[in-house]
Design a binder for this molecule. Structure first.
Ligand code: NI
Length: 136
C-alpha cells in the first residue's frame, strides 16, 4: 500500500561518506532525496527475499555461459520449465564464444532467488547477475 505524501528523516553518518555520496549524486544529476530513495530501494530488493519471500519483484536474471559444455543447454531448459509462472520471457544472444541469456522474471522474491541459484550452480555458467526491482 503506497501512502501519499512524504516522510522526512534525519540520519547520522560520517562526513566523508556524505561528501562522496553528494559528489556521485551530483555527477549523475540526482538530488540527494532521489539518490537516497533509489539506494533504499536497491537495499530492500537485495535482502527482501530473505525476510519477505512472497513479495513480488520484477527484473532479470542475466548470465553468460558456454554453449559447448555438454548437456548445459538441456539443463538450462529443464530448469526454466520448473518456473513457468515466474519467467515472463527470455532473450538469447550469441556472442563470439559464449551465449548471453536474459531471463525476465516477475514473481515472488523467493522464487526468483531459487531460480537464480539453480542456474548459477550449473557448470559452464561464467557470470550471473540478478536485477530485481520493487513492483510497488
Ligand atoms: Ni548462443
Amino acid at each position: 500500500m503506497v501512502k501519499p505524501g512524504v516522510a522526512r528523516i534525519s540520519i547520522s553518518l560520517p562526513p566523508t561518506l556524505l561528501e562522496n555520496f553528494d559528489q556521485v549524486t551530483s555527477n549523475i544529476g540526482y538530488d540527494r532525496s532521489k539518490a537516497i530513495q533509489q539506494a533504499m530501494r536497491d537495499f530492500i530488493t537485495e535482502y527482501q527475499w530473505e525476510y519477505d519471500p512472497l513479495t513480488r519483484l520484477a527484473g532479470t536474471i542475466t548470465f553468460i555461459y558456454s554453449h559447448e559444455v555438454p548437456g548445459l543447454e538441456t539443463e538450462l531448459t529443464a530448469i526454466q520449465h520448473q518456473f513457468p509462472k515466474t519467467i515472463s520471457s527470455t532473450t538469447h544472444i550469441h556472442l563470439d564464444h559464449h551465449c548471453l541469456l536474459v531471463v525476465v522474471v516477475n514473481g515472488p522474491a523467493k522464487e526468483i532467488k531459487v531460480l537464480a541459484s539453480k542456474l548459477q550452480s550449473l557448470r559452464g555458467i561464467h557470470q550471473l547477475k540478478i536485477t530485481s526491482l520493487m513492483v510497488e
